[in-house]
Design a protein around this ligand. Structure first.
Ligand SMILES: [Zn+2]
Length: 684
């Protein structure tokens, strides 16, 4: 294809230089990405070939500003692959995984470029750099070393081949999970199959049927459909079917089987770690984290695991008592837990989702998230219906700062659809930077909420509300970024720090002042009654044993499998997973958040491999951080919010995370607020 005919390679004459979505076709991506990689290589060769001695500006700052075209194209490409994919786009994804990984290796193994960066790194103390410049130099240098810049040429060649193969495998892994999700539907025939389902679950199941060109009701593997089904369906046989389909994604013989893929990924990662002199991939991954080493992670996980098991058994006792009363004698299986827990919740707290959801219409909750951001950080969001978006369901907003200047663009993509992967996530089309001119960020949040029927509002569960705020917290981390360099921008922080801004933002969903203002009944407009808010808070603590055990079990399997040295990856990863859980004593009837064959955090990319623990690590920080507002006596205390914005939401990776946290809090984080929040401090 001729470059002039490719809209990706022409200047984007759109507002805020948003991608020209409506002009883009799958066949535009491969040639544009190849052209952008070529341009990036020329930029790097030019930096390396300078006659002038290496300096911060001519080498480190220029490196940070290089590859902008590629970064923008990758932004569009990865976001569309995740949120609005198609067989054609998936084909491009498979085709480009290796060349893009090869390009990344070529960048970080560029000998001439690394020689300059390495020379500067050795002299860094005497260069007269600002603290942020010094941080940039150190992080860029670390990126090069961790990507193999110091390996001898033959080892570099093997390393690059490893990375290319890993890119292919992780791409295939994610596509296989999506294939199993899209292929599955549980058709509910007649009233008998719908037994126990409240109106909102029926409406979502009907809507899902319509979207698939069917009549009646279907349950898909979208989490916002599946979890309510497991919670409410009186049909134990159907719950079991749905649960088995959900947990066996990626574990069926055939084209979408992830078992051999997981094994090969683990083998390659062990080899990758060995190339750096690390005993295991966990060691390699943790070397670039706040935790620093496996022992620190294990101590946290062990501590929480030991406290969560008795909490879970207390909850089990309540479930069994109610089952006994109802004359039910079977054991609790994983597809039963939520169902009976919901019955206990309704009985003990007189609470059910059908009563709660009318107070949480999606539109009002989005407004609530914006309002909290305004009260804390002084930014205002306003919709711009005319901005280009990639799907009719996506809403675009301008974010203005206190002076009224547009400081960021926010895209909100809230609904589940077959072309979108499951889960919820934040991503970017463009990062904030001042290097090479002021650039404002373009940030996107994806959720997978079940859409209300046509003409009906979309109602959220309280968990959905937390997810909405969680992702918006990540969004603010990208949008409020105020740093000099792209490498240090927004969520480009150490991965056990990255969940702090998101999980912290969840705290405002339980603030009575926020709920009274925004959680209003969808029909009457009445604010949610205080008594219901209190019951909601009490009921949330009730489920913490179940949630904490399942989460921690997944974090333990992740650490165990990534702690295996080279040559010790088992042939049967599913059996290994079961063995770890047996040794750890996962109680029966609970199940996991994620099985290896569909654990996208670990295997659809490498960002969270040996890193599922980061949510808990960051929770220590977020619970301790929110206590600063509690101590000030106001969830919007202006002084605390100002420090929070400066040191956490705006700082990116411009300051070492431990130091920036201490600057916000005046001390290091304490463990107790997290344990207290999860109800794990109470005596058995
Ligand atoms: Zn998150």
């Amino acid at each position: 294809m001729n470059a002039t005919a490719n809209p990706l390679l022409q200047p984007w004459a759109t507002p805020y230089a948003l991608p020209p979505f409506s002009a883009l076709r799958p066949e535009h991506f491969a040639p544009a990405l190849r052209e952008a990689m070529q341009q990036h290589r020329v930029e790097l060769d030019t930096i390396a070939a300078q006659a002038e001695a290496p300096g911060f500006e001519n080498t480190v700052a220029r490196f940070d500003a290089s590859g902008r075209l590629l970064a923008r194209l990758e932004g569009v490409f990865h976001n569309l692959c995740a949120s609005e994919t198609s067989p054609e786009l998936q084909q491009v994804q498979r085709e480009m995984a290796e060349p893009m990984a090869a390009h990344s290796s070529a960048v970080y193994m560029h000998a001439g470029l690394f020689a300059r960066i390495d020379a500067l790194h050795r002299q860094r103390a005497g260069l007269g750099l600002t603290p942020e410049q010094l941080r940039l130099l150190e992080q860029v240098h670390r990126d090069f070393v961790r990507a193999g810049a110091r390996l001898v040429p033959a080892a570099q060649q093997r390393y690059a081949a490893l990375m290319e193969r890993l890119a292919t495998l992780t791409t295939q892994f994610g596509q296989n999970v999506l294939a199993d999700e899209s292929a599955y539907r549980l058709a509910l025939e007649g009233e008998a199959d719908l037994a126990g389902l409240p109106e909102f679950v029926r409406a979502a199941a009907h809507q899902a049927a319509i979207e698939r060109g069917l009549d009646g009701h279907v349950i898909t593997l979208s989490r916002s459909q599946l979890v309510p089904f497991l919670t409410f369906s009186e049909r134990r046989d159907l719950r079991e079917q749905a649960w088995r389909a959900w947990t066996s994604r990626g574990e069926h013989a055939g084209a979408s089987d992830n078992r051999a893929i997981v094994r090969e990924i683990l083998q390659l990662r062990a080899e990758q770690a060995a190339a750096h002199g690390n005993a295991s991939f966990a060691d390699y991954a943790l070397d670039n984290s706040m935790a620093r080493e496996q022992g620190a992670v294990q101590r946290l996980l062990d501590n929480v695991w030991q406290r969560a098991l008795p909490a879970l058994e207390r909850e089990r006792g309540q479930l069994l008592a109610l089952m006994h009363e109802a004359g039910v004698t079977h054991d609790i299986e994983p597809w039963d837990w939520r169902f009976w827990a919901e019955k206990v919740r309704q009985r003990t707290y007189a609470l059910d989702d059908a009563e709660i959801k009318p107070y949480f219409p999606l539109d009002r909750m989005v407004a609530a998230a914006f309002d909290c951001a305004e009260r804390l950080f002084g930014v205002r969001f306003s919709e711009r219906a005319d901005l280009p978006v990639y799907h009719a369901d996506v809403k675009a907003y301008e974010m203005r700062d206190r002076d009224g200047n547009v400081a960021g663009i926010f895209l909100h993509d809230n609904y589940a659809r077959p072309s979108k992967r499951s889960g919820a996530w934040m991503s970017s089309f463009r990062l904030q930077t001042r290097n090479g001119g002021d650039v404002i960020p373009i940030i996107v949040n994806n959720n997978n909420f079940a859409k209300g029927a046509p003409g009906e509002p979309t109602l959220l569960s309280f968990d959905d509300v937390r997810t909405l705020f969680h992702e918006f917290g990540h969004g603010l981390h990208g949008l409020l970024s105020n740093v000099g360099y792209e490498r240090l921008s927004g969520t480009n922080v150490l991965r056990d720090f990255v969940e702090l801004p998101s999980q912290l933002f969840e705290h405002w969903t339980t603030e009575p002042a926020v709920l009274r203002r925004h959680a209003r009944h969808v029909r009457t407009g009445e604010p949610i009654p205080d008594a219901l808010v209190e019951r909601l808070a009490a009921a949330r603590r009730f489920g913490q044993g179940f949630e904490t055990v399942r989460y921690t079990a997944s974090a333990l399997t992740d650490m165990a499998v990534h702690a295996l040295p080279q040559g010790q990856v088992p042939d049967d990863v599913v059996a290994f997973e079961a063995q770890v859980l047996r040794e750890r004593g996962l109680p029966p009837g609970v199940g996991l958040n994620h099985r290896f064959t569909n654990f996208q955090h670990l295997f659809a990319g490498s960002g969270y491999a040996a890193g599922y623990y980061v949510y808990l690590w960051a929770e220590v920080l977020d619970a301790d951080a929110f206590d600063a507002f509690v101590e000030a006596g106001d969830p919007f205390d202006a002084a605390v919010a100002t420090r929070l914005k400066q040191h956490i939401y705006a700082a990116g990776d411009s300051v070492e995370p431990g130091a920036t946290y201490a600057a916000f809090r005046g001390r290091t984080a304490r463990l107790e607020p997290m344990l207290k929040k999860r109800g794990l401090l109470e005596p058995a």
